[in-house]
Design a protein around this ligand. Sequence first.
Ligand code: BGC
Length: 382
Amino acid sequence: MKKKALALLLGVCMVTMTACGSKAPEAASGTPAQEADGAAGGEQEAEAPADGDGAAAGEAVAGVVWYNFADTFISNARQTLINIGAADGTITITDADSTNDVSTQTSNMNNFFTQGVDYLVLNNINTGAISEICDQILDEGCYGIFANTDTPTDEDFAKNDKLYSVSSVATQSGTIMGEALAEYWKAHPEADRNGNGKLDYVMLLGIQGHYDTTVRSQYSVQALEDAGIEVNNIGGEIICDYSRATAQEKVAALLANYSDDIDAVIACNDDMALGAIEALKAGGFFAGEDSYLPVCGVDATVNGCQAIKDGTLLVTAMNNPVTLAKAIYKVMYLTNNGEEVTTETIGLEGVSVDGHRVWLDYSPVTIENVDQATYDINDTAF
Ligand code: BGC
């Protein structure tokens, strides 16, 4: 650990563990731990690893900048990472909330640089400035790990041996939604509600420019077209920032004009799918068999899985926050030990390594397998 980091560690941990540890999603073993509307659920104290003096001091310090603590998926990944760090004790995890604001992200990063962290983990929202951020990380001399966001370019990686990215293969999640919707459409001629021969869909996007949302929207529609289905977009690009409330509001507004035309909703995460379902219910959908409308999502959150069981959500793509946290921690653990990061050394199911890019697989979740779609944020084995 750098001296600067050691000197500031105690103070940082006190602040971080109080702010971060006080609200944690509750997790029953073997069960996804999520909470309604992205708000944190049960209380759980995150324990700081303690050395002989009672100070939280691992061998290295990580400053983790998350885009938004209130995001359901992120809150689960975040809490798992805190849990792993506390259980293992090698890497001390401190983190900060960018509250979906680029300037807050920048000051969070700068604070961690000032503190001299060994690892800067960035769940980046400033997608227009990736190379600049990479250059800043290079100047600071610490490791940089881009997490669950656009990956740096080959050139960025070539400049810095200490640069990594850990993300899911977003293309898979789009394809999973599109293929399930294509299958439903072909099996249900009545799904063409206005009889125009086209699948009229609404696309709910996350944060503008965010890699996952761009790719999920493209690949879901591509899968429909590949299945020979003619599609028609209703409402254009509807940006909902991955937020349930925003999605609910925007779908409700669309229903005023297009209630008889919409055949499906494709949402780039489960929170937005759940917001859409609420709006659809208020608009008279899901009242009986003849008022069903297929809605697709991504993440397999607890509430997303419940919606599948309830018969409202057609499909979701398992985006495992526990695997994300484990992969991030493992990259730090391996590099801290001077070991290479490879698919074998990472050793996590569904995770592969290509150069300094670490990729996580998605898998489809439907009514057929929803009971197996589980993870446990208290699972600290990495
Ligand atoms: C998840 C979203 C989340 C976003 C935040 C995505 O991978 O699917 O639920 O809001 O990451 O960056």
